[in-house]
Design a protein around this ligand. Structure first.
Ligand SMILES: [Ca+2]
Ligand SMILES: [Ca+2]
Ligand SMILES: [Ca+2]
Length: 328
C-alpha cells in the first residue's frame, strides 16, 4: 500500500511539474514557451550566457508567433521602440548567421530595417529585433536588453532545487542547494554565473554549512576538474568590497555576522597586495585570494527561489492581435 501511495504521489508530481519553469519567466500559450525580458543591457555574449545558465536560449523571431510574442514582451515594458539582441549571431565566422540553437538565417522570416543589414565597419555580427518588428545587424559588444526563451515542450523537469540544472544538489543539513562549478572563472564571472542561476556565491552561515561545502568539494576531486589551475581552492561569496581586510559576504555581512570566519593559518595575508576575493580550501578553511582566477567556484541557491510555475493561459492581449508581424 505504501509503495502504491508513493508511486501515486510520484505520478502526481510528474504530471504536476510537466513543463513547469521558474516564475520569473512568463508562459505564452501562443508559442508554448516561457519568456523573460532582461531589461538591463548586456553584451551579446553575456546575454547568451545568462539565458543558457537559466536553462533557456536567447530568443529569436524564428516564426511569426515568436516574433509576435517578442514584440508583445517588449511593448509591455518599453514605451519607445527598442531593439533587443536575438540569438541570431555570426560570432563564429563573419556573415554565417545562425540562431544559438543552429537555425540558419535563411530559414528565419526577418523583415530588415532600412539599410540593414550593412555590417557597418565590418564589426556587426549580432542580429537585433525591434519592437516595431524590424531586424538589424549590430555590434555584439554594444550592450542591449534581450529576451530569454525556454520551450515548454522540453521534457526536463524542475528538480528539488527549483531549477532544471541537475548539478544543483539539495543538502538537508542547511536546506539549501549547491553547485560546484568545475569550469573555472574569475570572481566576477563566478558571481555572474551564480546570479544568472538565481543563486549566489556560497555564503557560509554555520559550521554545518562549512561541513556541507567540504562535502561538495570532496564530491569534485581534482581528477574531475579539467584544465591547469589550482584545484585545492574555490571562490565563494565573500570579498573585501574595496577595503582590504574588511571581508564581508556578497550580501554585506561581516564573516562573523554571517556565522563562519575560520581562515587557514596565516591567512588572510593579502599576498602581492592583490587579494580582495574570498575562497575556500578543501578543508573548508578560508583564504583571501586574487580575483582574476581562473578558479572553480561554488554557488548556493534557495530551493524556493524563484518559485516554480505551471504553464497557464497567458495574461495579455488576444492572440489574433499578436500575430500581426508587420513592420509598423
Ligand atoms: Ca547594421
Ligand atoms: Ca549559506
Ligand atoms: Ca591569501
Amino acid at each position: 500500500m505504501k509503495t502504491f501511495i508513493k508511486s501515486f504521489v510520484f505520478l502526481l508530481f510528474f504530471v504536476y511539474t510537466e513543463c513547469a519553469f521558474t516564475c520569473d519567466y512568463k508562459y505564452s500559450l501562443l508559442t508554448k514557451g516561457w519568456f523573460k525580458l532582461h531589461v538591463v543591457p548586456e553584451t551579446w555574449q553575456d546575454a547568451r550566457l545568462r539565458c543558457s545558465l537559466q536553462g533557456a536560449v536567447l530568443a529569436s523571431p524564428t516564426s511569426s508567433a515568436m516574433a509576435a510574442e517578442m514584440r508583445h514582451t517588449m511593448k509591455n515594458f518599453f514605451i519607445q521602440d527598442t531593439e533587443v539582441f536575438t540569438g541570431i549571431h555570426a560570432t563564429f565566422s563573419s556573415g554565417s548567421y545562425y540562431t544559438v540553437d543552429g537555425i540558419p538565417l535563411s530559414k528565419i522570416p526577418l523583415v530588415w530595417a532600412n539599410n540593414e543589414p550593412d555590417n557597418f565597419g565590418n564589426k556587426e555580427r549580432c542580429i537585433t529585433f525591434s519592437s516595431n518588428g524590424s531586424a538589424a545587424d549590430r555590434n555584439c559588444e554594444e550592450p542591449r536588453p534581450y529576451i530569454c526563451f525556454r520551450s515548454g515542450e522540453k521534457e526536463v523537469l524542475t528538480n528539488r532545487c527549483g531549477t532544471v540544472d541537475d548539478e544543483y544538489h539539495y543538502y538537508a543539513k542547511t536546506k539549501k542547494c549547491y553547485k560546484f562549478h568545475r569550469v573555472p572563472g574569475s570572481f566576477e564571472r563566478a558571481h555572474f554565473v551564480c546570479s544568472a542561476e538565481n543563486g549566489h556565491l556560497a555564503i557560509i552561515n554555520s559550521e554545518d554549512e562549512a561541513e556541507v561545502l567540504r562535502r561538495v568539494f570532496a564530491d569534485n576531486p581534482d581528477s574531475s576538474i579539467l584544465g591547469s589551475f589550482r584545484k585545492e581552492v574555490a571562490y565563494i561569496g565573500f570579498h573585501d568590497w574595496g577595503s582590504w581586510g574588511d571581508f564581508r559576504t556578497v550580501h554585506g555581512e561581516t564573516l562573523k555576522e554571517a556565522g563562519y570566519d575560520k581562515f587557514v593559518s596565516g591567512e588572510p595575508n593579502n599576498y602581492n597586495k592583490i587579494e580582495h576575493c574570498g575562497a575556500i580550501y578543501r578543508s573548508a578553511l578560508l583564504n583571501d585570494l586574487y580575483c582574476s582566477g581562473p578558479l572553480a567556484f561554488i554557488c548556493e541557491k534557495d530551493p524556493a527561489y524563484p518559485p516554480v510555475c505551471q504553464p497557464t493561459a497567458d495574461e495579455g492581449i488576444e492572440i489574433d492581435k499578436r500575430f500581426n508581424n508587420k513592420v509598423e
